[in-house]
Design a protein around this ligand. Structure first.
Ligand SMILES: *Cc1c(COP(=O)(O)O)cnc(C)c1O
Length: 451
């Protein structure tokens, strides 16, 4: 049985009342083109008005099946009842004082919750920010303050954000970096474990390959932090081979390098564990969270070992809005929702249901190179039939065909050839099955030169 936490007034059924986009969305897209910087692209040309459970309703009344969660954000559901109630109560009490001016309990309670829930039972501290990128930057600041070293190692296909330091840490040029340099220095890139594309290299061997690059090109004595997504997000939902993360973490521990898990996309039940690091029992020194943390409100965090977190001098960390009271209220409600509604278990149920459909598709369609992922973070890597050559045009065609049929799906990957599925954990089995049927139809519609 599925737990559904749909808010009021959103029928949990896919329903198309107009072509996609409908006339109201088209009119709004025209206004957007005149008013919004064209650098801000949209996946679908439809404007949302309401969303809950597994449905996003657009301004023309179309009910779209949500397999994107606004990029892994509305993990507990859109307008999840506990989040709505908590935010309404908080907004009526006070909206902002600045935690650095007159603090409030909600921030401390979120820090306590993160210290309790993140991997490892050592003493921890937390600091809150607004966006994933901001939190990643601060994790680097903290690691540098603690180690007195400067270098940062990141990986092939990594995505860490769009600010200057995180652009340097992100691998892919277009669209994230192109024309936006110069980038921050002292960022070095190591090879990842990517089983589908590295000949199935085992995790231990892939880790030693990365460590060799790090030792030869950077040197542990210069290295403040290794920053890695335990399952890569924008880079293609790449799950490193078992043993890769534990081996890297052990090397970091031995050399006094701060091991930072960027769980911005993988965190908060998304992968069928509360955090993706839990899967192999990896305990990062610092863990960066955002996206799924607060049911859609902007919040991010760095949580980690007290001795490392407390290395930054007083006043060295902060920001005007970091840990905004509305976002903190939302985070506490989102965490309560994850626990009360057993959403970690729900993510595993979604994995079982979705993988069955996707694997069936894979056996029938040679353009499916690999089906992978965990929990409600699943991906289909598309290739030219029977080869391992990436097929980004096919990914675009299939996503486009799904959009036309009222299903929100996203693409990702260094080559843009990966369909990624990130449903909210509040979605019903019925909507998931419907979404799979639509994907199947989209594959059929994109068969043989039709693109
Ligand atoms: C989205 C993302 C970020 C950046 O988060 P923003 O809130 O967009 O700044 C960083 N790391 C990972 C792994 C992400 O998926």
């Amino acid at each position: 049985m599925s737990t559904t936490t749909a808010g009021p007034n959103v029928t949990q059924r896919r329903l198309l009342t107009t072509p996609i986009p409908g006339p109201r969305s088209r009119a709004l897209m025209a206004r957007k083109a005149r008013a919004v910087a064209s650098g801000v692209a949209t996946t679908m040309p439809v404007f949302a008005t309401r969303a809950a459970g597994g449905i996003v309703v657009d301004v023309d009344g179309n009910h779209l099946v949500d397999l994107g969660s606004g990029i892994a954000v509305t993990t507990v559901g859109n307008s999840a009842p506990r989040v709505v109630e908590a935010v309404q109560e908080q907004v009526a009490a006070f909206t902002h004082t600045c935690f650095m001016v007159t603090p409030y309990e909600g921030y401390v309670a979120v820090a306590e919750a993160l210290n309790r829930l993140t991997p490892g039972d050592h003493e921890k501290r937390t600091v809150l920010f607004n966006s994933g990128a901001e939190a990643v930057e601060n994790a680097v600041k903290i690691a540098r303050a603690h180690t007195g070293r400067q270098a940062v190692v990141v990986f092939d296909h990594a995505y860490h954000g769009r600010t200057n330091l995180t652009m340097a840490m992100t691998a892919k040029n277009v669209p994230y970096k192109h024309g936006f340099g110069p980038f921050a220095g002292e960022v070095y890139r190591a090879p990842l474990s990517y089983p589908f594309r590295d000949g199935g290299l085992d995790g231990e061997t892939a880790a030693l390959r990365a460590i060799d690059v790090i030792e030869k090109q950077v040197g542990a004595d210069n290295l403040a932090a290794v920053v890695i997504e335990p399952i890569q997000g924008e880079g293609g939902f790449i799950e490193p081979a078992p043993g890769f993360l534990p081996r890297l973490a052990a090397w970091c521990r031995y050399h006094g390098v701060v091991f930072v898990a960027d769980e911005v996309q993988t965190g908060f039940a998304r992968t069928g564990d509360l955090f993706a690091c839990d899967h192999e029992g990896v305990v990062p020194d610092l863990i960066v969270t955002a996206k799924g943390i607060a049911g859609g409100l902007p919040l991010s965090a760095v949580t980690g070992r007290a001795a490392i977190m407390d290395a930054a001098h007083a006043g060295g960390l902060g920001g005007t809005y970091g840990g905004n009271p509305l976002a903190c209220a939302a985070a506490l409600a989102a965490i309560e929702t994850i626990e009360a509604e057993h959403l970690v278990t729900r993510a595993r149920e979604i994995e079982t249901l979705m993988l069955e459909g996707l694997r069936a598709l894979q056996t029938r369609d040679p353009r499916v190179g690999e089906v992978r992922g965990r929990g409600a973070m699943l991906a289909v890597e598309l290739v030219e039939a029977g080869t391992d050559r990436p097929d980004p045009a096919l990914a675009r065609a299939i996503a486009g065909a799904a959009h036309e049929r009222g299903v929100i799906v996203l693409t990702c990957g260094t080559h843009g050839n990966v369909l990624r599925l990130l449903p909210p954990l509040s979605i019903s089995d019925e909507l998931l099955r419907d979404g799979l049927d639509v994907l199947e139809a989209a594959f059929a519609a994109s068969a043989g030169g039709a693109r």
